[in-house]
Design a binder for this molecule. Structure first.
Ligand SMILES: *[C@@H]1O[C@H](CO)[C@@H](O)[C@H](O)[C@H]1NC(C)=O
Ligand SMILES: *[C@@H]1O[C@H](CO)[C@@H](O)[C@H](O)[C@H]1NC(C)=O
Length: 660
């Protein structure tokens, strides 16, 4: 028994005599784990801070200010007593917008890791992947996380010819932009996908053509991406991908996430992992639907969708063991504002021509009347909705649909409508989120300078719209606390960098995941809001309790209170005590889900000095799935800072860091 335990037990005897013991918790008796001597941020209404928290049977049994007298009653012979040594503890992170299966796949594939590269650098890396993955002459090579605007700004518009001539291979090769809206394919990939001069553009997508002809150029925008005929991953591969993703989520402290584009296959994959006890986060899946093509089609499509969602949903209230909930749909109302895609629906035209287009603003993918009718039917059936709305027109159309529903059914207030991204918003819409009870689900990382804006997207929008970009502080100030969603793997998964950007509206030149690290051009304030961003409290709420509210789970998770599920993380540094510029250089040391320790950083012991071997994590840090590391890319997450600096130097010399 540790000396600490002895002293606490001795103190406990004293506390029996003193009248001022803690009130009894939901479950009495000794705790499973008692954390004490910490800086525990509860995210309750009063932003209460406590120093001790007791966990029993997966729930928070008690929390409070703890001199050792108050704590002794929670300590039994099996209780793990953890001295937090002043470290910050907070609720586990709730990320309301992720693509976890894809993210996991990206961890295990040829990955350009969001780096801003020239065409030549991209080709060199892809060649490295081709030369090292051991596959055959007809096997697909999929390359992910390409900074496509970066390629275009460094090397100009590219076509299939650049890949055909620049790569030594017969294989079908295609690269996905990290914003997920553009594919760049070689001739073999187009041929194997049967994309020819005669192929029409699909609905909501563009097959770009060579200048002056109908021949495909190799660039596929939005829904044209699905024409690429690569076979889908097998169930086994998807399970491996999901496990790799869950490992990263544990390291990031994400204890609940919303998978923002999900299908039946997701249920199968997550279900298989759940069956073997491998889930380390609570999952909320949004069932992806396309716009019905007519008003008459709305009702039958909604009925079929509701039936599917209800069949997959685990109806039990959430409890310590993670489950898979289905309670919302996902729809794409438009594309993205980023150049050269320019597919987001805008009230005013873009100021530069869209490729293969006559220069007008893009129309929403969902006709407004059909969107309104679909949401109405869904809400009446008790199903929630998350919509991708990137441009100001898309946001406006979605808010109009919510307004129509409220006007028609004033007593039905309990719907959830989340508008994801909202990259450009009309000032006249900021207050409508609060008025209509609609959530803005924002990806804070997008409020830092990057190749996604500088210079082409900024030019395409025009300076008069720069202060309408990434307006989460304005929406919050107008009365609706915003919800956070990372959109990983669209951006690197770095939640504390995102929170930093949410607060300061600038990147971090010392964080390798930030564009400011890659190029001093991006090290500066985002143009749209000189006054700054969210407060630290607001940013933390966005990624905990506000996101939990959107998921209808705030009675169980999202803050630390007696009787809530014990989902917590311990941080390396206190988010409320570091200077602004260091907010994004934080790390999760311990992740607890439902009272079970699922992750302990290798060096957490140095900070926590845990006695008796300390906390054992359920999942190992080094065995298993993620051992097959990223080929070719920079494997950002797996590297320590020193290695990242080496990679940076390599990149500047134009060399590669391939793992053979
Ligand atoms: C509590 O933590 C501080 C560090 O913040 C440490 O100096 C102190 O020894 C700890 N107290 C106990 C009782 O463990
Ligand atoms: C441009 O395209 C839009 C729709 O795609 C069409 O309505 C409009 O008439 C076109 N304008 C010109 C000048 O061709």
């Amino acid at each position: 028994m540790s000396r600490l335990l002895v002293s606490l037990l001795t103190a406990a005897v004293a506390s029996v005599v003193s009248a001022a013991g803690p009130p009894p918790g939901p479950a009495s008796g000794p705790a499973d784990i008692l954390f004490h001597n910490g800086s525990i941020y509860t995210v309750t209404e009063s932003n209460r801070k406590v120093s001790a928290l007791a966990v029993k049977d997966g729930y928070i049994q008690w929390l409070g200010g703890g001199n050792s007298c108050a704590l002794g009653r929670f300590i039994g012979s099996k209780t793990k007593v953890v001295d937090l040594q002043g470290q910050m503890m907070m609720p586990g992170l709730v990320d309301a917008h992720m693509h976890v299966l894809e993210g996991g796949k990206f961890l295990l594939t040829c990955n350009l890791n969001y780096q801003t590269l020239s065409k030549e650098e991209v080709l060199a890396h892809v060649q490295g992947c081709l030369d090292s993955d051991g596959l055959g002459p007809d096997d697909w090579m999929e390359v992910v996380n390409m900074d496509f605007p970066g390629v275009v700004s460094k090397s100009g518009l590219v076509t299939k010819l650049d890949l055909d001539q620049g790569l030594s291979t017969t294989r079908p090769v295609f690269l996905r932009s990290s914003d997920y809206h553009t594919i760049w394919a070689n001739s073999r990939a187009l041929e194997m996908s049967d994309i020819t001069a005669d192929s029409p553009n699909p609905a909501n997508g563009v097959i770009e053509r060579m200048p002056g002809s109908n021949e495909p150029s190799g660039l596929l925008q939005d829904d044209a991406r699905s024409l690429i005929a690569i076979p889908p991953p097998t169930l086994e591969q998807d399970i491996e991908n999901a496990k790799a993703a869950l490992k990263l989520l544990r390291e990031e402290g994400i204890t609940t996430f919303q998978d923002a584009v999900a299908f039946e296959g997701h249920n199968e994959v997550y279900g298989a992992i759940k069956a073997e006890g491998g889930l380390s986060a609570r999952i909320y899946c949004d069932y992806m639907i396309d716009s019905p093509s007519s008003l008459a089609e709305v009702k039958p499509i909604v009925d079929a969708t509701v039936a599917k969602i209800k069949a997959m949903n685990d109806p039990a209230p959430i409890s310590p063991k993670p489950t898979i909930k289905w309670q919302a749909i996902k729809g794409f109302v438009d594309g993205v504002i980023t150049f050269p895609a320019l597919t987001a629906a805008m009230v005013d035209d873009y100021l530069v021509p869209r490729p293969n287009d006559n220069g007008t603003n893009a129309d929403p993918y969902w006709p407004p009347a059909i969107l309104a009718k679909t949401l109405e039917e869904l809400f009446l059936a008790g199903i929630d909705a998350q919509l991708h709305t990137d441009g100001d027109m898309a946001v406006k159309v979605a808010l109009d649909a919510a307004a129509a529903f409220k006007a028609k059914y004033p007593s039905k207030k309990d719907f959830r409508l989340g508008l994801a991204h909202d990259e450009v918003t009309l000032q006249s819409d900021w207050g409508r989120f609060a008025k209509l009870g609609v959530d803005a689900i924002m990806s804070f990382q997008w409020a830092q300078l990057s190749s996604f804006y500088v210079p082409d997207t900024f030019n395409a929008l025009g300076e008069y719209r720069h202060d309408k970009l990434q307006c989460h502080p304005q929406i919050e100030a107008a009365g609706r606390p915003v919800v956070y969603g990372s959109d990983w793997p669209i951006d690197p998964l770095d939640e504390f960098l995102a929170l930093k950007v949410g607060v300061t509206r600038s990147g971090d030149p010392l964080n390798p995941n930030s564009p400011a690290f890659q190029d001093p051009v991006y090290d500066g304030p985002f143009p749209s809001r000189a006054e700054g961003g969210l407060t630290r409290e607001q940013a933390i709420k966005a990624i905990t309790i506000n996101a939990a509210k959107f998921l209808r789970a705030d009675d169980k998770i999202g803050s630390l209170a007696r009787g809530k599920i014990a989902d917590m993380i311990i941080l390396e540094r206190n988010f409320f005590e570091v200077p602004d510029e260091e907010l994004g250089r934080n790390r999760v040391l311990v992740t607890v889900v439902g009272g079970e320790v699922v992750y302990v950083a290798d060096d957490a012991g140095d900070f926590l000095r845990l006695p008796d071997g300390g906390l054992q994590a359920k999942f190992p840090n080094h065995a298993g799935v993620a051992a097959r590391s990223t080929i070719g890319g920079f494997a950002g997450k797996g590297l320590d800072l020193e290695e990242k600096m080496k990679v940076k130097k390599l990149r500047h010399r134009g060399a590669c860091a391939h793992k053979h």
